[in-house]
Unconditional design. Structure first.
Length: 232
């Protein structure tokens, strides 16, 4: 009888131990699931915040100047080499600009192609358009270039394409004698307005409207943004 009682006590102890271990394992698994869920939520939030840095530009009336800002952000991202954190910097972001609806103001159009792909600063759109004409703004100032491009027809009249008495000189337009004998003035004297015409298109691009299309993602992270030119 005594042996039977001891056996029952031992069996009960074993059963209790099994129950305690089971509860401990279950609690550990639930805690692990919770930590994983919490970690996944943090990761999702970080990726979402990262995506918003690009998707904030997706509208039906995005301006060209915003497209240029976005292009810079895309290029900066693609140039980063970071192998830690939740953002996968091995995934390249592509910015596509559809210019099919664009009609040039002048014969020598700045936008020779109907579609531009931007991933790096050496891509055609950024290298031949953005960099070239921001360099002009740096050289002569944005204020001067804006004044010249908005008075291009009256400048043409003075420098040989019409009645000079109806036209204006560079100095009359911008009020700056320092532009005497500048490259632009020398071009005008030679009846060459190509640089200013192309800059005028660049200036119009900055104020033009674009429609943002549905972006593309991979593993929840943005990989492509597309915009259509809608008009000036």
């Amino acid at each position: 009888m005594e042996n039977a009682s001891k056996a029952l006590v031992i069996a009960g102890t074993i059963l209790i131990s099994i129950l305690v271990i089971s509860v401990a394992v279950l609690s550990f698994n639930k805690m692990s699931d919770y930590q994983k869920s919490k970690s996944d939520l943090i990761k999702d939030n970080q990726i979402s915040k990262f995506n918003e840095g690009f998707t904030q530009y997706i509208r039906n009336d995005t301006l060209g100047i915003d497209i240029i800002t976005l292009a810079n952000k895309v290029i900066d991202y693609n140039n980063k080499k970071i192998d830690y954190g939740v953002i996968d910097y091995n995934q390249t972001i592509t910015l596509e600009i559809d210019m099919k609806k664009y009609n040039p103001t002048y014969g020598n159009s700045l936008f020779q192609k109907k579609n531009y792909i931007i991933q790096k600063s050496t891509d055609e759109f950024f290298k031949n358009i953005i960099n070239k004409y921001t360099t002009l703004e740096s050289k002569y100032t944005l204020k001067v270039m804006s004044a010249l491009s908005s008075n291009i027809e009256t400048l043409k009249k003075f420098y040989g394409e019409g009645n000079e008495f109806d036209g204006k000189t560079i100095e009359e337009v911008v009020g700056n004698k320092k532009l005497n004998n500048s490259e632009l003035e020398n071009e005008f004297k030679n009846k060459n307005f190509k640089t200013l015409e192309l800059y005028s298109e660049y200036s119009e691009f900055k104020g033009a409207k674009f429609k943002g299309l549905e972006p593309e993602y991979k593993n929840g992270q943005i990989t492509k943004l597309s915009f259509q030119y809608m008009g000036k």
